[in-house]
Write a protein that binds this ligand. Structure first.
Ligand code: ADP
Ligand code: MG
Length: 243
């Protein structure tokens, strides 16, 4: 079953044509890793998948509904799609537990009591069970990112989007965050779209790797196809720089 289906997606900012006809399908339980040079449109593509950006043209069908349509209840769609950003976007004035509890309580999905239990459970999942009352500012970058993942999971999404979740982290923090993501993919079967420069993660965890350059999907395939038998010249050149 297809969870996301993007058809002939174009995005233009003034005269900057950022996405030039992207077609992408993400199936249930699939882990799709998007790679490509900076400025190629990866974040823009990811952000259209949960309505943070409106397409200039084309369709973005999520759970069978075209979310590019004006009359759609985008909040309802977003409740089912968790997103994790490069810079965490946590509420620094709230302790960790409150960060995780906020959305489900405010949106009326859970009582405070249920949200607290959920937060405690999710803190175990990300390996930070002792941080419930900790101020966000006391955490390392890697810990913050694992809290951001827990916060996204609190809404019980069935799709998770990650936009360079480890790019802002010190190298020694990267592994912990990738391990949480890997567990999510392999143990929970989460449907995931991950933009990353971590080629090791792509090789190990991706079902499909998508190479975006100049607003076009230049090539996509299994990790073996993309990393060991690339065909596209731009992909070959990109890989020669990052591997
Ligand atoms: P990537 O994530 O691959 O680095 P982005 O999707 O962030 O690429 O950006 C692609 C292009 O779109 C860049 O030229 C960037 O300047 C432009 N862009 C991204 N977001 C905006 C925006 N909100 N307004 C105007 N231009 C944007
Ligand atoms: Mg980006």
């Amino acid at each position: 079953m297809s969870k996301i289906k993007v058809t002939d997606l174009h995005k233009q900012y003034a005269d900057n044509h950022v996405l030039k006809g992207v077609n992408l399908e993400v199936k249930d339980n699939e882990v799709v890793v998007i790679i490509g040079p900076s400025g190629s449109g990866k974040s823009t593509l990811l952000r259209t998948l949960n309505g943070l950006e409106q397409p200039t043209s084309g369709s973005v069908v999520v759970h069978g509904e075209d979310i590019a349509k004006k009359d759609i209840n985008i909040d309802k769609v977003r409740e089912q799609i968790g997103m994790v950003f490069q810079h965490f976007n946590l509420f620094n004035n709230l302790p960790v537990g409150e960060n995780i509890m906020l959305a489900p309580v405010q949106l009326g999905k859970m009582s405070k009591q249920e949200a607290k239990q959920t937060a405690e459970k999710l803190l175990k999942v990300v390996g930070l069970e002792d941080k419930f009352d900790a101020p966000v500012n006391s955490l390392s970058g890697g810990q913050k990112q694992r809290i951001a993942i827990a916060r996204a999971l609190a809404m019980n999404p069935d799709i998770m989007l990650f936009d360079e979740p480890t790019s802002a982290l010190d190298p020694e923090m990267v592994g912990d965050v990738l391990n949480v993501m890997k567990k999510l993919a392999t143990e929970d079967g989460m449907t995931m779209v991950v933009v990353t420069h971590e080629m090791g993660f792509a090789k190990e965890v991706a079902d499909r790797v998508v190479f975006v350059d100049q607003g076009i999907i230049q090539e996509q395939g299994t990790p073996d196809e993309i990393f060991n038998h690339p065909k596209n010249e731009r992909l070959k050149s990109f890989l020669s720089k990052v591997l």
